[in-house]
Design a binder for this molecule. Structure first.
Ligand SMILES: Nc1ncnc2c1ncn2[C@@H]1O[C@H](COP(=O)(O)OP(=O)(O)OP(=O)(O)O)[C@@H](O)[C@H]1O
Ligand code: SF4
Ligand SMILES: [Mg+2]
Length: 346
């Protein structure tokens, strides 16, 4: 198999919690706590989980907007985890992030031309027919009128603003785009248009995506593989078919039951699983399996031993002592003997 475009290995971000005048550290928010996955060239990996599970932090760590407390980020075979800002600058062209909120992520005082053209200026990139022409070409590519070059963000609708955000990320022809909840702030009627646009652009420009979302219905259409996160950890990672048709982790099952996804096997719909309680705080996550406080299958071992992320079917990894839909030979895994790391890289 070819080398992945991006490889995230045991990534950690523990935000310190300080107290008093001396800013003494009294704890840490374990926002991302040992996350590993690969993104292959040309694919779309969906990263899904409830609010606060660490999705945005993962995106910001990969793009080096914040420093990790542990683990590695490998991009095109280079370890960029602690690369200096000077060295990372050229790489910023190759890796771009689309932000969740198309209202606050665009500077209201800048014209569309200035916003989409800014990356050229920041990176000092020369264009054959001038920046204006390059920007107008990108506006047309994302379905906006190139004549609107001198307009301001408030003159556009939410969907159009997200197109402006997408245009800005495309300016320097990146290889990897991390789209952080690109449609969650938009009307449902517009969401499909923006998702379709992302898909068209991927085919046209040979892009690789990491698409972040908080529910499984948004990424279903666009993802080749999906990773499910819970409280700073990946609990399941599988290709689309495996994840939606045979989810193994109880949490994935609960997420799936909460969204109206047509059942491909034609069953009379999934049974609705209501999760008890709120997501616990990442400041003080439950020990062992972090999902045990809400899991209806939890047994004693779930409270004392952390289930490692293991590959139980080809390309299908899950971190659960009592997985569902697992091939017969793979269960039960209450006493895991395999190396946890084996599963992290496929
Ligand atoms: N700069 C920070 N300092 C301290 N804690 C932070 C910081 N940034 C994020 N966190 C905490 O880290 C956890 C993960 O946050 P993150 O924004 O990554 O979650 P998310 O999965 O993107 O959630 P959402 O779906 O709401 O966007 C949250 O508990 C959040 O409060
Ligand atoms: S390890 Fe136990 S508590 Fe955790 S998801 Fe599996 S069954 Fe539930
Ligand atoms: Mg977020």
């Amino acid at each position: 198999m070819t080398e992945p475009l991006l490889s995230v290995q045991g990534l950690e971000k523990h935000f310190p919690v300080t107290k008093g005048l001396l800013q003494r550290q009294v704890g840490a928010v374990k926002a991302v706590d040992g996350v590993s996955f690969d993104v292959r060239k040309g694919e779309t990996l969906g990263l899904v989980g409830e609010s606060g599970c660490g999705k945005t932090t993962t995106g910001r760590l990969i793009t080096r907007l914040i420093e990790p407390t542990g683990g590695k980020v490998i991009f095109e075979g280079h370890d960029i985890t602690h690369m200096s800002q000077g060295k990372i600058r050229p790489l910023r062209r190759d890796m771009q992030m689309i932000f969740q909120d198309p209202y606050s992520s665009l500077n209201p005082r800048h014209t569309v031309g200035a916003i989409v053209g800014a990356p050229f200026k920041i990176q000092g990139v020369q264009t054959e027919h001038g920046v204006k022409k390059a920007v107008q070409d990108i506006l047309a590519l994302v379905g906006l009128n190139p004549e609107h070059y001198n307009r301001y963000p408030h003159e556009f609708s939410g969907g159009q603003r997200q197109r402006i955000g997408i245009a800005r990320t495309l300016a320097l022809k990146p290889k990897l785009i991390i789209a952080d909840e690109p449609v969650s702030a938009l009307d449902v009627s517009i969401q499909a248009q923006v998702v379709n646009l992302l898909e068209d652009l991927q085919n046209e420009l040979d892009l690789t995506y990491l698409v972040i979302a908080h529910d499984l219905s948004v990424v279903r259409h666009i993802s080749d593989r999906v990773a499910v996160m819970y409280l700073g950890k990946i609990v399941e990672l599988a290709d689309r078919k495996g994840l939606y048709e045979s989810p193994m982790h109880p949490y994935t099952n609960a997420l799936l039951s909460a969204v109206p996804i047509p059942d491909p096997k034609g069953k009379a719909g999934r049974e609705r699983i209501r999760l008890q309680g709120d997501v616990p705080s990442p400041l003080n996550p439950p020990p062992a399996c972090r999902f045990h406080t809400r899991c209806w299958k939890a047994r004693e071992i779930c409270k004392t031993e952390e289930p490692p992320l293991l590959q139980l079917a080809p390309g299908h990894q899950v971190a659960c002592h009592f997985p569902e839909n697992a091939p017969a030979a793979a269960e039960p895994t209450a006493e895991p003997t395999a190396e946890p790391e084996v599963a992290a890289q496929t």
